[in-house]
Design a protein around this ligand. Structure first.
Ligand code: PLP
Length: 360
C-alpha cells in the first residue's frame, strides 16, 4: 500500500561488530562512534542496542549528545569535535559529557568558565592530519595546564589518523611516532584508532578505540583484510520493481539515454532514486542483488526511480524486491561505482525511505 523503498537495520549485526572491535584489544575500551545519526542507522536505536556493552558513545556535536541524553542513555558521551561555543560548557559539565579540546585557546576558555562540576577532557593532538588538534610542540604544556585547572577532572590523550585505511602507506606509522614522542611521559590513557586502525594497526589500539564505520559492518579497506572480513553489514537498502519492459538493440533507457541496448534487454524500473539517497553518480554496471542473482544498474539514476537489468532473471517481475546494498552486495562494494565511500552511502539516506529495525 505504500512505496517500497526502505532500509532494514540489523541491530544484532552492530552488536557483533562492536564485539569484534573489543575482541581485538580485550585490555582496552571502545567508544562506539554514533555521530551523524549513527551513520544513518539511527543513533538512539543503535545506542540502545549497544548500551549494555558499549564503554561510551561518540558524537560530533552537542545536539547529537542531547538527543542521546534525552533518550535516557546513561553511558558517557564524547563530543569528538569538542564544543563550538563556550555556552555549551554548562550543559557539558552538568551532564558529564566528555569533551575533545583541540586548541590552546579552548584550554584558557575552560580555565575561566564557571562550571557546576569539573569536566573530562580529551586533549587532541594534531599528529599530521592538519585538521584539528594542538601542535605536538605545545602538547606537553597543554597537558600540564589542563592538570592545573579545577574545572578539569580526567584527561585522555587523543589523535586521529589521516590514512589508516591505506595499509601500504607510511603515514600512520609517522603519525604514531609523532604522537608517542609528544605524549611521552604523560600519565593519561591514549585514544588513537578509528575503524581502519582498530582493524589493522595493532599498535594504535591502546586504552580507548573509536570504531565508527566498522560498527555498521562496512570495511574501510579496498581489499580483503582478515579482521574486516568478519564484519556483518547492518543496513540493507531495498525497494521493489514497479514496471518491466523489453528493450531492443538501439533503444535507450532513462534520462540522457546514457544506456542504449546492444542486445534484447529486460529492464526493470525500481522505486528508488537519488532523492532517497541512492547516489545519482552510480554508473551503469553498479551491482544490485535480486532473487539470488547479482545484476546491475542501467542508465541514469532518476530522482525517484532507476533501471536495473533483469535479463536472464525470469522470476523477477513487478513486486520483486531488489537489494541495493546489504549482506549480498555490500555498501563498500557499491561505493566505488559511485565515486564515493560507504560512509556517504549510509549517511545520505533521506527521510522518506522507510526504516525497519530487526533484532533490537
Ligand atoms: C568519525 C570519527 C571516528 C570514527 O571513524 P571511522 O573511520 O568511521 O571508524 C573516530 N574518531 C574521530 C575523531 C571521528 O571524527
Amino acid at each position: 500500500m505504500s512505496r517500497a523503498a526502505k532500509i532494514t537495520v540489523d541491530l544484532d549485526a552492530i552488536r557483533h561488530n562492536y564485539r569484534l572491535a573489543r575482541s581485538l584489544n580485550t585490555a582496552g575500551n571502545a567508544v562506539a562512534i554514533i555521530k551523524a545519526n549513527a551513520y544513518g542507522h539511527n543513533a538512539v536505536k543503535v545506542a540502545k542496542a549497544l548500551e549494555a556493552e558499549a564503554d561510551a558513545f561518540g558524537v560530533a556535536c552537542i545536539e547529537e549528545a542531547v538527543e542521546l541524553i534525552d533518550a535516557g542513555i546513561q553511558k558517557p558521551v564524547l563530543l569528538l569535535e569538542g564544543y563550538f561555543e563556550t555556552s555549551e560548557l554548562d550543559y557539558i559539565s552538568e551532564h558529564g559529557l566528555w569533551c575533545a579540546v583541540h586548541s590552546l585557546a579552548q584550554i584558557e576558555q575552560i580555565a575561566v568558565a564557571t562550571l557546576s562540576k569539573p569536566i573530562t577532557v580529551w586533549l587532541k593532538m594534531n599528529s599530521g592530519m592538519n585538521r584539528l588538534g594542538v601542535h605536538p610542540d605545545d602538547y606537553q604544556a597543554a597537558f600540564k595546564r589542563l592538570k592545573q585547572l579545577d574545572n578539569v577532572s580526567d584527561i585522555v590523550l587523543m589523535t586521529h589518523f589521516a590514512s589508516s585505511d591505506e595499509l601500504d602507506k607510511s603515514t600512520t606509522d609517522e603519525q604514531l611516532a609523532v604522537f608517542n614522542k609528544a605524549a611521552e611521559g604523560l600519565d593519561a590513557p591514549h585514544c588513537l584508532a578509528n575503524s581502519a586502525a582498530v582493524l589493522a594497526w595493532s599498535d594504535a589500539r591502546r586504552d580507548w578505540m573509536r570504531p565508527g564505520l566498522m560498527l555498521y559492518g562496512a570495511t574501510p579497506f579496498p581489499d580483503a583484510q582478515e579482521n574486516a572480513d568478519k564484519l556483518i553489514p547492518a543496513m540493507t537498502l531495498t525497494s521493489e520493481i514497479i514496471a518491466v519492459r523489453e528493450v531492443q538493440p538501439g533503444e535507450c533507457v532513462g534520462y540522457a539515454s546514457s544506456f542504449c541496448a546492444e542486445e534484447p534487454t529486460r529492464v526493470a524500473t525500481v522505486a528508488l532514486g537519488y532523492a532517497d539517497g541512492y547516489p545519482r553518480h552510480a554508473v551503469t554496471g553498479t551491482p544490485v542483488w535480486i532473487n539470488g542473482h547479482r545484476s546491475r544498474i542501467i542508465g541514469r539514476v532518476s530522482m525517484d526511480m532507476l533501471g536495473i537489468d533483469i535479463t536472464g532473471i525470469p522470476d523477477a517481475d513487478v513486486g520483486t524486491e531488489v537489494e541495493f546494498w546489504g549482506k549480498n552486495v555490500t555498501a563498500a562494494e557499491v561505493a566505488p561505482y559511485c565515486g564515493t565511500i560507504p560512509y556517504t552511502l549510509f549517511t545520505l539516506i533521506t527521510a522518506r525511505v522507510h526504516k525497519r529495525y530487526i533484532n533490537e
